[in-house]
Design a protein around this ligand. Structure first.
Ligand SMILES: C[S@@+](CC[C@H](N)C(=O)[O-])C[C@H]1O[C@@H](n2cnc3c(N)ncnc32)[C@H](O)[C@@H]1O
Length: 253
């Protein structure tokens, strides 16, 4: 069976760079930054309405990977739980929580690597964050209620995205903020086609993911904002992915 990318050495290296990489090493030579870096941090800084949060606000970061979004949520929330399916990512999140930084290698060309350091912004209180392995489609029942749920670039990596979305209304308190972001890259090796939320034709009409999200979420949530959120993902020194997630913010009725 093929190795799970998120549990691989390369996946870890690429995500550490994606979450914690400084602009210098992350940008293709000669490129302007153009708001494509620090994607998990922007998901929080651009979309969380911190003024609406109570002092003891709780946040949940679903598919947190190596944790940058969870740490950013801790700027505003007293308790943050980051959940990811990958034991490797959660172990690294916990190491970053304990030490505040971590040495790793980025892939540059073939087997050539470069020593790097991932650093959690020092002003963040890392003690507010807890990481745990979990399945966003089968969350443990005793997680409690949250004021914020972030699911960044997650839904199109789930085998059953609808099951995850259906749980959200029960996780958020009234007035709670749901921040979704996804490039809607539906792939059958992550999500069986029968479970795609969009990206196909049904009854002669194109089905768009945003429309499906609206249909599923509208009974319990009010859509507040919808915006494109670009991100640059570095594979190696000469190969990058430019993605454009669609971010949407929903408030629990
Ligand atoms: C595309 S990455 C996005 C990571 C991070 N949120 C970001 O924006 O950079 C998808 C993440 O979801 C995790 N994941 C995949 N399936 C999951 C599941 N069923 N439950 C929880 N996490 C899952 C993967 O391990 C990976 O960390």
């Amino acid at each position: 069976m093929a190795e799970n990318y998120y549990d691989s050495e390369r996946g870890l290296s690429e995500y550490l760079l994606f979450h914690y990489g400084a602009p210098g090493p992350l940008l293709p030579p000669g490129w302007a930054e153009a708001g494509t870096l620090e994607f998990p941090a922007r998901c929080v800084s651009q979309f969380l309405d911190a003024a609406r949060l109570a002092a003891q606000a709780r946040a949940l970061d679903l598919g947190c990977a190596v944790g940058r979004g969870s740490f950013e949520l801790a700027r505003h929330c007293a308790e943050v739980i980051g959940v990811d399916f990958s034991q490797q990512f959660i172990d690294v999140g916990n190491r970053l929580r304990q030490r505040g930084s971590l040495r790793f290698k980025s892939f540059e060309e073939g087997e050539l690597t470069q020593a790097r350091r991932a650093i959690v912004p020092p002003e963040i209180d890392r003690r507010r964050v807890k990481f745990e392995v979990g399945d966003a489609t089968r969350l443990r029942p005793d997680l409690g209620k949250f004021d914020v749920v972030l699911a960044a670039n997650l839904i199109d990596r789930l085998d059953a995205p609808l099951r995850c979305l259906e749980r959200l209304s029960g996780l958020l308190r009234p007035g709670g903020q749901l921040i979704l972001a996804s490039p809607y890259t539906w792939l059958a090796n992550y999500t069986p086609k029968k479970n795609w939320l969009g990206g196909f034709v049904r009854g002669g009409r194109p089905v768009k993911t945003h429309d499906t999200l609206r249909r599923i979420l509208s009974p319990h949530f009010k859509l507040i904002r919808r915006l494109d959120l670009p991100f640059l993902f570095r594979e190696h020194a000469r190969k990058y992915q430019l993605g454009i997630s669609e971010a949407s913010v929903w408030v629990r009725r």
